[in-house]
Design a protein around this ligand. Structure first.
Ligand SMILES: Cc1cc2nc3c(=O)[nH]c(=O)nc-3n(C[C@H](O)[C@H](O)[C@H](O)COP(=O)(O)O)c2cc1C
Length: 373
């Protein structure tokens, strides 16, 4: 396995997500506006009673939030991972690293190892999550997988599924066949930490979650189609005209984040569900929890803030997000995550029709949406 471009690719990805408009149409504003929470003129609690702390991978987080896996793999990325880790530690939220494939390719290069390791060195008291592509598993030995976990002392390993990105990427690896399931089955018991099955921004469906749930996976990051759009990111790197035309046609492809949350929870009621993909404000984050997610993940806004404006801008983003989450919880009269999961929500007739056609009964769904709470 050798891919000399992998380091440049990471840097190009960061530059493109920061500089270009690579979101889904309106970042799903219409869909999120259609999900209504019920305002309480008498919340029955004080704002200061709201405590959104939650447990994840045996750590106590201050809020149901994580910095989704983005980077590492080139010395240039060390400074970004450092800042992201400072934010995770300071705000007591979880953090992931980007794909660790580089660690295997450049095994003996200290600067590469450091670009990932710096996350654990700084984010000592929060969950740190490793990351690898599902198709890359076909090229890795079990020792390699143990190595990418131990080198950052990871609390879990995210295995990402990104067929849409790979199909448009110039050097894309489009192997997504059943051999990958065999590999995941082989490593599930072997690696000693939980596996998180994750998309990268086109969303997990009911079918995907059911499949991995039946194999024993209990953690999912649905990474829905409302935020960073990898079809468009790769379009900017693609020189082939036919593929760029296809990228334009597919620019809204995927399962939007709120729908993916419901599909995932319906398929895997007792699992831990992370919602990422366009979770760019506190109102969305709270809607996701009320709908059935356990945690929210944020990627692009944070890398953009620290890239363009520095660490303090990243802090301001998270401060705003967490404060907004608390205010929205207050306004619907919920002082904890478990109370949020019992609060009513209203869906539009379009969403109801979608769920009906997917065989998900909303009445039954509302009984199970709290997960293991
Ligand atoms: C610059 C950048 C690099 C990323 N690299 C990875 C990666 O290596 N592995 C992965 O699983 N997801 C990766 N992602 C996807 C994110 O983890 C997340 O699922 C997705 O971007 C949706 O969140 P967002 O809308 O907040 O950006 C990356 C995202 C960004 C913005």
């Amino acid at each position: 396995m050798s891919d000399p471009n992998i380091r440049n690719r990471k840097i190009e990805h960061i530059r493109i997500v920061v500089e270009k408009d690579v979101g889904f149409p309106n970042e799903c504003s219409e869909i999120y506006d259609e999900i209504r929470l019920i305002h309480r003129a008498f919340p029955g609690i004080d704002l200061s009673d709201v405590d959104l702390s939650t447990r994840f991978l045996n750590y106590e987080l201050s809020a149901p939030l994580m910095i989704s896996g983005m980077t590492g793999g080139d010395p240039v990325t060390t400074k970004y991972n450092k800042k992201l880790a400072v934010l995770a530690e300071e705000f007591r939220i979880a953090i992931g690293v980007g794909s660790e494939r580089s660690l295997i390719i450049h095994r003996d290069e200290n600067e590469i190892i450091r670009s990932y390791k710096v996350v654990r060195e700084i984010a000592k008291d929060v969950p740190v999550i490793g990351n690898i592509g599902a198709n890359t598993l076909l090229d890795l030995r079990n020792e390699d997988i143990s190595y990418i976990i131990s080198s950052i002392d990871a609390d879990a390993l995210a295995i990402h599924l990104n067929p849409a990105q790979e199909a448009i990427q110039p050097e894309g690896d489009t192997r997504f066949n059943a051999k990958i399931l065999e590999r995941i089955e082989e490593i599930l018991d072997h690696i000693g930490v939980p596996i998180i099955i994750k998309e990268v921004g086109n969303g997990l469906s009911y079918e995907d979650v059911s499949l991995f749930y039946s194999m024993g996976v209990r953690f999912f990051d649905i990474a829905g189609a409302c935020g960073t759009n990898w079809i468009l990111v790769e379009k900017y790197r693609q020189k082939d005209k036919i593929t760029t035309t296809i990228a334009d046609h597919l620019s809204s492809w995927g399962v939007p984040t709120p729908i993916a949350i419901i599909e995932a929870r319906a398929a895997a009621p007792d699992s831990f569900i992370i919602a990422s993909g366009g979770v760019y404000d506190g109102l969305r984050a709270i809607k996701n929890i009320v709908l059935g997610a356990d945690l929210n993940g944020v990627a692009r806004p944070l890398i953009r803030e620290i890239y363009l404006r520095g660490l303090n801008a990243g802090k301001a983003f998270l401060e705003t997000m967490i404060k907004e989450m608390k205010i929205v919880s207050f306004l619907i009269g919920a002082k904890s995550i478990s109370e949020l999961k019992k609060k009513p929500f209203i869906l539009s007739s379009d969403m109801l029709s979608y769920l009906e056609q997917r065989g998900i009964d909303l009445r039954e769904y509302k009984e199970i949406r709290g997960g293991t709470e």
